[in-house]
Design a protein. Structure first.
Length: 300
């Protein structure tokens, strides 16, 4: 029995793309990733080869019958166009979050993938960290009273990465995954152009009408850090629970999940829940952006 192999191409060779190339060349023994075979990579810059991986043209990646799947690691702004090209060419797609910078585009692409019977997988390594897995266990079964998730990080180029609700969608994904569906009650954004500083504050309500706040703050020299303060009827959680180091890298865990989907080893229920979560987060990101970009309401 020859096991099914999927020829794979990596598009974009930034930090994530290089990690993808490394993981495809060294799959975990007897993991689903052994069914992915790196065919080459696509980049606007010219590299020739990276390790044993060869650079190929975009056209070759789209038309070559031996390539079945594309791993997209380009800047956020170009995700939508790249996903569309590969789906149209009949390839499966793995893309880094955020899938797109508009909710409408995300729904359209998802529909296209379903019509073409292709896997569209959005990487969410933030759900795979040991830190997060421990946090989820800690929160399970508790009644939320109120909570805050505050992220700080260095400056992003918004032209490439999009509005903070999209570039920071990993935080939104955490909140939805921990506390269920959310509604935006208000959102504002403060920008200091001269200081290259930005702070977005979003207020949500849970289905039980409990308040949650998400703060996404970026400025020069700001440490990449998440702070939590979740208060439950049983008490407050202000620090992340201790978590072991995982022996399997996050991108590799994600790649295994993608390969499992290609092999038809993920249940319909899991796929449906994931689709709901991804599209719901993108819908909310768009609502947040609209709130933040509304002109100031002037009361006479």
């Amino acid at each position: 029995q020859i096991s099914k192999m999927f020829g794979t191409v990596v598009v974009g060779v930034g930090i994530a793309g290089l990690a993808r190339i490394r993981d495809l060349m060294n799959p975990m023994p007897s993991s689903p990733s052994e069914h992915l075979k790196l065919f080459g990579f696509v980049s606007r810059r010219s590299f020739g080869n990276i390790n044993e991986a060869k650079q190929i043209s975009l056209e070759d990646a789209l038309t070559n019958k031996d390539i079945h799947a594309a791993l997209i690691s380009t800047e956020n702004r170009s995700h939508e166009e790249t996903i569309r090209m590969f789906l149209e060419a009949g390839k499966h797609v793995l893309v880094e979050y955020p899938m797109t910078l508009s909710a409408k585009a995300a729904h359209e692409l998802w529909e296209m993938a379903e019509q073409k019977d292709k896997v569209l997988h959005v990487e969410h390594i933030e759900l795979l960290t040991e830190e997060y897995k421990q946090l989820k266990k800690e929160v399970a079964g508790k009644d939320l009273v109120k909570g805050t998730l505050h992220f700080t990080g260095s400056v992003l180029d918004e032209n490439k990465s999009g509005f903070p609700a999209f570039s920071g969608i990993a935080r939104l994904t955490w909140l939805i995954d921990l506390f269920g569906d959310l509604t935006v009650t208000s959102a504002t954004r403060e920008k200091q152009k001269d200081k290259n500083y930005s702070r977005m504050t979003v207020h949500f309500q849970t289905a039980n009408k409990k308040p949650l706040t998400w703060i996404e703050e970026r400025g020069p020299g700001m440490r990449r850090e998440k702070k939590i303060n979740f208060c439950f009827t049983s008490g407050c959680l202000e620090n992340f629970p201790e978590a072991p180091r995982s022996s399997v890298g996050l991108f590799m865990q994600d790649q295994n999940l993608f390969a499992k989907k290609l092999l038809g080893q993920v249940s319909k229920e899991e796929l449906a829940a994931e689709k709901w979560r991804i599209l719901r987060c993108l819908d909310l990101a768009e609502v947040i952006q609209q709130y933040c970009e509304e002109p100031e309401k002037i009361y006479s």
